[in-house]
Design a protein around this ligand. Sequence first.
Ligand SMILES: [Zn+2]
Length: 396
Amino acid sequence: MTERLYYDDSYLWEFDAKVTRVREGKKHGAWEAALDRSAFYPTSGGQPYDTGKLLFSGGEACVTGVEADREGEVWHTLDRPVAEGAEVHGVIDGQRRTDHMEQHGGEHMLAGAIWEKLQGTTIGLHLGQEDSTIDVELPGERTHLTEEEICLLEDTVNERIRLDVPIRCWFPEKEELASLPLRKAPTVQEHIRIVAMGDFEMVACGGTHPSSTGRIGMMKILSVIPARGKARVSFVCGGRAAAVFRKYMRCADKAGAALSCPVEKLSRTASDLKSRLAEAERKANRFETRELLEEFRQAESAGDLKGITLAAVVTDEKDARAVSAAVSAYIADKGKLLLLAAGERLTFARSDDVPVDMAELIRRVGRGGGRPEMAGGAGIPECVNVARKILVTEMK
Ligand SMILES: [Zn+2]
């Protein structure tokens, strides 16, 4: 069984140990080494493994993964083999671990506040690359939090972070364990390790924690979404919270500069702009519809088509809504037949008293289909002329 050095000192970045066993790794070209003692944290409880190096006589190996087996042995995945029995010097990537401890420590404080303020039970932690999430079971099977509840949780946690109280971890005896006011019952039966943060969080945990709440820095909730009947709370702490703040500030500043307004007025300005744009689009559309309709009327030919007025129109590409409105308006009158090519888009339509199948006609000259009174498709502008000739020939 590997002695876990991080239990006593979560800021121990370097240590000496002896290789007890070596085996080939799961990935090709990788090796795994078990040590008699290690400060490397193996993935568990939602907190990812540490990375770093093992230095030894004759070289060094990168630690790219750490796992504990059922016997309590900690296995370090290495990019090159090391001899069994070798003395090694382990060096941990302290920046990665510090980040993990900030997120993990903040998660404890958030879970404690959710329990105390909302009587919600936290189910699991996922510490991701960008943010961390916890799933929360709330009374009444609620799957969301109100704006006020989110503020309450953030304020509670951040005030406690600023109090900078010590975070203590220890293995209590059975009698002491029974008397502790734990937030939830331990999931293991033996070697139960307790973490306590002031008097506002106490729970069983084998993870690594900052030495005091101040070292968590700050906590910010990013989102709350429903997930499998629970509320999934996404949050960031410490350095990540500062990075998120910087990112959002930059976005807001850029948007403010683009819209020439202060950040506080961004949302109002954007929504005003959106309605003005929609209104301008509606106006432009009405104008285009009127112009198209005028174009249809000017193209009307009074040939001998048994009293039917035929308009064959070739024009450039138009807004689809304007085309649709103009065509509908045109064929609302009796005795109209329209052959339209707007760019590569064909629309053949007729009034309901004209006995021609437009879907069939469009298939004879191009690609497309639709109803007997109106059909759409694709083709070259010449299709309009071909269709006109067919109609003139066949309807004489
Ligand atoms: Zn913990």
